[in-house]
Structures are given as structure tokens and as C-alpha cells.
Write a protein that binds this ligand. Structure first.
Ligand code: SF4
Length: 356
């Protein structure tokens, strides 16, 4: 039994079932979630009985290993983790106003097949477990402690790494609960964003789970015909069905839904398309995140010019839509949006052949 698959609030009960004092659960959760320590031998106040349970495999705090970390000139850090059964996944630390934003993966690869995304070329290996999702946060938190002073802690999490988060809701929701529980990482749910390609029934399920996290929709096209072409998931759910699910999603005061729009030169970045998008989103409490395409080897698309991005943004502003242009972070280490892909050799090359 891997404790990381279970909410920290239940660790006391689990330990109690194994003949240990229930209050030890909270002590262990403190070591794991506040000190990022998973070796019971390093938990000074944990008794030998619990160490024995871990040594004999009755309980575990197993997690993937950090295989490598590639550091960009702009401070972004791309990390690769090897899962215990072999697949490699990635997460990205992004410096932001003295804190870190952590972009997490929820699947090894992805089966959604967005044509502008490098992860799509991997296909889907498998869903991550709750402990594998949380381990990325745990190991990233450890890494942050070793970096030079500056950004001090991870205070935002975005589920925008490898995989479609809502295709793995069963592991995602417990991970969110552990990240937000006071005995866990204690993060505010308002600082956690889940991004989806638009799996309508699962947008509803996320809303019903009442986690309080923010929702982002990767829209990327103003009409269904184009969306079907660049995002095959558009053949299953229409834009209108996705927007209806957004209307049903519980929003607190002043919360807005984020619509992500990867701008592909000559494909979805024309003024007419900006106007169609503006008309579509104007009735929503929303903001738009414009992401100029980040090229990767073999991609069929091109990055739009700065002037066409600015023109697109201005047209949306005319519809009273707040649209921000996402700065490309970590492009030199292929850590920018849409560039993640399992490739151990990439990592070894980027880190000069020496995994960290
Ligand atoms: S953009 Fe997201 S959902 Fe689409 S293929 Fe890439 S990882 Fe999957």
C-alpha cells in the first residue's frame, strides 16, 4: 500500500489498522508534505514499528526517480522522471514573481492527438497513479530547495503537462485533494488549474467533485470544422457542447474560465477568426490565453509573427475579452507549452549527458 495514493487525512487510520498509534499518520504526513522526506529512517520521531512496516513492504512511500533536470536560460527547469515500471514523464518548474509554478503530467504520453502538440506523437502509454502525480510535486519541491535563493516555493500548480488530465480523473481528484488538504501540501485550490481538451462529461464530473480548482479549456479554434482538423477530440464534442459544460461548471465570485488558444500561423490566427472567437466568448466570464505556437522537430505548423498575435489580441479586447499572450518559457530545453515528450535521449543531451 503506497501511502501517497491515499489522502493524508486517512494515514492515521491506515497506521492504526496496522497496530500503530493513529497520531503517527499526521507526523508522517508532515515529513512528506512539509519536509519532502519519504525515507522513514530520516523521520526522527517515527518509531521502529513503522519503519519495519515500510522495510517489509506492508506500507510504502515509493515514488519515481528524478532522471534529469534541464535548466533554461530563463530559469525554467524541465524535469524528467522515470516511473517504477519504466516510462518517462516530464514536469516543468516555471519561475514567476518570486514563486514557482509547477506544470504537472497526468498520463505517460497522451491519446488525444492534438496536431500542434509534441506529446501527441508519443501516443498514450498509461494513466499515472495518484502517487505518481503527487511525486512530481514532491520531487520538484525537493529540487526547489537546492536551487539558488530567489523563487522560494511552489505556489501554483497547472495540470498542463503530458496527458489529458480529465481522462485520468480517478487519480487526479485524489491528488488535488492531497495537494489542497491542510495535512497535505495545503495549497489553495484557487492556485490549481486543470486544463482539458474538452471532455464534456468529465468537465461536469470535475465540477461535481467540488474541488474548487480552476478550469482551462484548450479551444484553439473558433469553429468546429477547424477544431476537428487540429484537435481530433473535436469530432466527439462540439464547441457548443464544451461551452455548455463551461456554463454548468461551478465558478466562485470573480472566478473566470480560461480559454487557451494556440496560435498557428496561417491556420487559426486571422482577424476574421479572432472576431468569430470574440463573438463566441464575449458572453462568458472568461479570459483567453494566447499561446504562439512553440515549434518542435517535425511539426507541420509555424509560429505566428508578433504583429499578428498583437492584432488577434486587440480584436478580442474589442469584445471586452481579457486576452494575455503567454510568454514562451524554457524553449531552449523544449519545456514550453506543447513541447513535452518523453525522450530520455533529449534529456541526456540537454543536460550534457549527465542526468541529475
Ligand atoms: S495538447 Fe494536451 S490533450 Fe492535446 S495531445 Fe497534447 S497533452 Fe494531449
Amino acid at each position: 500500500m503506497n501511502l501517497l495514493d491515499h489522502p493524508p487525512a486517512t494515514w492515521g487510520e491506515i497506521l492504526s489498522d496496522k497496530g500503530q498509534a493513529a497520531y503517527r499518520g499526521r507526523q508522517m504526513a508532515h515529513w512528506v508534505y512539509q519536509r519532502f522526506i519519504t525515507d522513514p529512517l530520516k523521520m526522527s520521531n517515527i518509531p521502529a514499528g513503522i519503519r519495519d512496516l515500510v522495510a517489509t513492504g506492508t506500507l510504502s512511500l515509493d515514488h519515481p526517480e528524478l532522471l534529469s533536470s534541464a535548466h533554461s536560460f530563463d530559469g525554467t527547469v524541465k524535469m524528467a522522471f522515470r516511473l517504477l515500471d519504466g516510462p518517462v514523464i516530464e514536469a516543468v518548474l516555471i519561475p514567476r514573481k518570486g514563486q514557482w509554478t509547477l506544470c504537472l503530467s497526468t498520463q505517460a504520453g497522451c491519446g488525444i492527438g492534438c496536431r500542434f502538440c509534441r506529446t501527441a506523437s508519443m501516443g498514450l502509454s498509461r494513466n499515472l497513479t495518484t502517487s505518481e502525480i503527487l511525486s512530481q510535486w514532491l520531487l520538484a519541491s525537493r529540487l526547489v530547495e537546492t536551487l539558488p535563493p530567489g523563487e522560494s516555493r511552489i505556489d501554483h500548480i497547472v495540470f498542463m503537462g503530458m496527458g489529458e488530465p480529465l481522462a485520468n480523473l480517478e487519480a487526479l481528484i485524489p491528488a488535488i485533494r492531497s495537494l489542497t488538504h491542510p495535512d497535505g501540501a495545503g495549497l489553495s485550490p484557487r492556485r490549481i488549474t486543470v486544463s482539458t481538451s474538452g471532455l464534456v462529461p468529465r468537465i461536469d464530473a470535475l465540477g461535481e467533485a467540488n474541488t474548487g480548482v480552476r478550469l482551462a479549456i484548450s479551444l484553439c479554434a473558433p469553429d468546429d470544422a477547424l477544431r476537428r482538423e487540429i484537435m481530433p477530440v473535436g469530432r466527439i464534442y462540439s464547441i457548443e457542447e464544451i461551452l455548455s459544460a463551461c456554463r454548468r461548471f461551478p465558478l466562485r465570485n470573480r472566478d473566470r474560465i480560461t480559454f487557451e488558444y494556440v496560435l498557428l500561423a496561417g491556420v487559426n490566427d486571422s482577424p476574421a477568426q479572432a472576431r468569430t472567437l470574440g463573438r463566441l466568448l464575449a458572453p462568458f466570464r472568461s479570459k483567453v490565453n494566447l499561446i504562439p505556437f512553440n515549434p518542435f522537430p517535425g511539426s507541420p505548423y509555424h509560429r505566428p509573427t508578433e504583429s499578428s498575435v498583437a492584432a488577434f489580441q486587440e480584436i478580442l479586447a474589442g469584445f471586452h475579452i481579457t486576452a494575455t499572450v503567454r510568454k514562451s518559457m524554457g524553449p531552449d530545453v523544449l519545456a514550453a507549452c506543447g513541447q513535452l515528450a518523453r525522450d530520455t535521449q533529449d534529456h541526456l543531451a540537454l543536460t550534457g549527458g549527465s542526468p541529475t
